[in-house]
Ligand binder design. Structure first.
Ligand SMILES: Cc1cc2nc3c(=O)[nH]c(=O)nc-3n(C[C@H](O)[C@H](O)[C@H](O)COP(=O)(O)OP(=O)(O)OC[C@H]3O[C@@H](n4cnc5c(N)ncnc54)[C@H](O)[C@@H]3O)c2cc1C
Length: 414
């Protein structure tokens, strides 16, 4: 080792692991310490609501790296250890076992945690949340026993858990205050397609209804909804969104607002301290606003950019948001970022479950979702990036190649 610098990464999940990997692949030969509160070495979460939850794949498939990787690359994992405080003036972090570590550069990759429902019965046994592999194991064990489940919330986690439970043959009811599943991101029109997909599979959907209480003697036996229903069940899964784990950063005086505020290089308000992944609310050069993205690809790609900037590069993170979801035999990818739009243009028939949806604002495509249609993400992203004016008729016409809609260069390409 020629460098006597120590780079500390707090959070040993996808973001942290990819950052550590990048520090080494870029030639950094000082100390890399990767601290994670979980006992497992870094793993990916998407399988936890899909194949892993259904028991179709095992743990070995979820890890980011082989077991020997960290020792081989002289990365020091500190697993099962939590950073309890950060002092940016002395450049030290304190761990829960009393150890103190001095850093030269620091990355906060502390991710996000499920929002919890504080309603009567919220602490009863049988009320599950899903964030880590132990949660998924507990839920898988519950699915193995069959019965009936109420899924609270029809966001991505709720929708995927509902699909997995249904695929395992359970009786599934979704309770969701919005009028359709996934409404916040997809809007009413596309959310309705997902409503139909679940209904076709025999899921009971109670839409436009909230949850008032979980009831039961020792464990949850029924869910009381805001419209006065009582739903008998064997267990409950709550998926009502996540919140960034930014307590460490805010206690240290870093700027925090819906996550840790970072610039386009993923640096926080304190030089030498970076944040990436679910916890980072990052200035996005293409959108010219801050966005916090809670998806796998963002963790995968921001970790390496943060690592290179810890090494003194000046790399902007400007990847367009991208995520995927699998429910039953319906796979999708979504690219872009649309908070408001004028209309949605469909290419293909949603009833066939093979189509592309484009969210159009001001005659420009701001987001696209391909459902059971593959290898089109690059073209969709190019359409968004070029900000080219589009014609709805050509956008909808499956005979017009997507390449023809997006010029290879264009004004506004970010
Ligand atoms: C069940 C599930 C399914 C998903 N499916 C998809 C999907 O299909 N598609 C998609 O795009 N995205 C999906 N995601 C989202 C994706 O997994 C996340 O965006 C990604 O995990 C974020 O990675 P991260 O490293 O930033 O944070 P996290 O994965 O949240 O990891 C942060 C880590 O930091 C640790 N930590 C926090 N504070 C401290 C501290 N003070 N000291 C030490 N350690 C600390 C935590 O214990 C945790 O291990 C899914 C998420 C879940 C939970």
């Amino acid at each position: 080792m020629t460098s006597d610098h120590t780079f500390v990464i707090v959070g040993a999940s996808l973001t942290g692991a990819k950052a550590a990997e990048t520090l080494r692949s870029e030639g950094f030969d000082g100390r890399v310490v990767l601290i994670g509160a979980e006992h497992e070495r870094p793993y990916e979460r998407p399988p936890l609501s899909k194949d892993y939850l259904r028991g179709e794949s095992g743990r070995e498939k979820v890890y980011v790296h082989e077991a020997g990787y960290y020792a081989e690359h002289e990365i020091e994992p500190r697993l099962g250890r939590t950073v309890t405080s950060l002092d940016t003036s002395t450049k030290k972090v304190a761990l829960d076992d009393g150890e103190e570590l001095r850093y030269d550069q620091l990355l906060l990759a502390t991710g996000a945690e499920p929002r919890r429902l504080s309603i009567p019965g919220g602490e009863l046994d049988g009320v599950h949340y899903l964030r880590n592999v132990d949660d998924s194991d507990a839920l898988r064990e519950r699915l193995d026993r069959g019965g009936s489940v109420v899924v609270v919330g029809a966001g991505w986690i709720g929708a995927e858990v509902a699909a997995s439970a249904r695929q395992r043959g359970l009786d599934v009811t979704i309770v969701e205050p919005a009028s359709v599943p996934l409404e916040r991101v997809l809007g009413a029109e596309l959310g309705a397609i997902y409503r139909d997909i679940h209904a076709d599979q025999g899921v009971h959907l109670l839409l436009g209804s909230g949850v008032e209480a979980f009831e039961g003697a020792a464990r949850v036996e029924r869910v009381r909804t805001s419209d006065g229903r009582e739903l008998e069940c064997d267990f409950v899964v709550v998926g009502v969104g996540v919140q960034p784990r930014a307590q460490l950063a805010s206690a240290a005086g870093l700027a925090v607002e819906n996550g840790v505020l970072v610039d386009e290089r993923l640096q926080t308000s304190v030089p030498g301290v970076f944040a990436a992944g679910d916890v980072a609310n990052a200035w996005h050069p293409f959108y010219r606003e801050r966005i916090r993205v809670e998806h796998w690809a963002n963790a995968l790609n921001q970790g390496p950019v943060a690592a290179r900037n810890m090494l003194g590069r000046h790399e902007r993170y400007d990847a367009l948001p991208y995520f995927f979801s699998d429910q039953y035999d319906v796979g999708m990818e979504y690219a872009g970022y649309a908070r408001t739009w004028d209309r949605v243009v469909l290419r293909g028939d949603p009833a066939s479950r093979e189509f592309i949806a484009f969210w159009v604002s001001d005659d420009r495509v701001v987001a696209g979702m391909n459902v059971n249609v593959w290898d089109v993400t690059d073209q969709i992203q190019r359409l968004i990036r070029t900000r080219a004016a589009v014609d709805d008729r050509r956008l909808a016409d499956t005979d017009v190649p997507l390449e023809d809609l997006a010029p290879t260069t264009g004004a506004g390409a970010g």
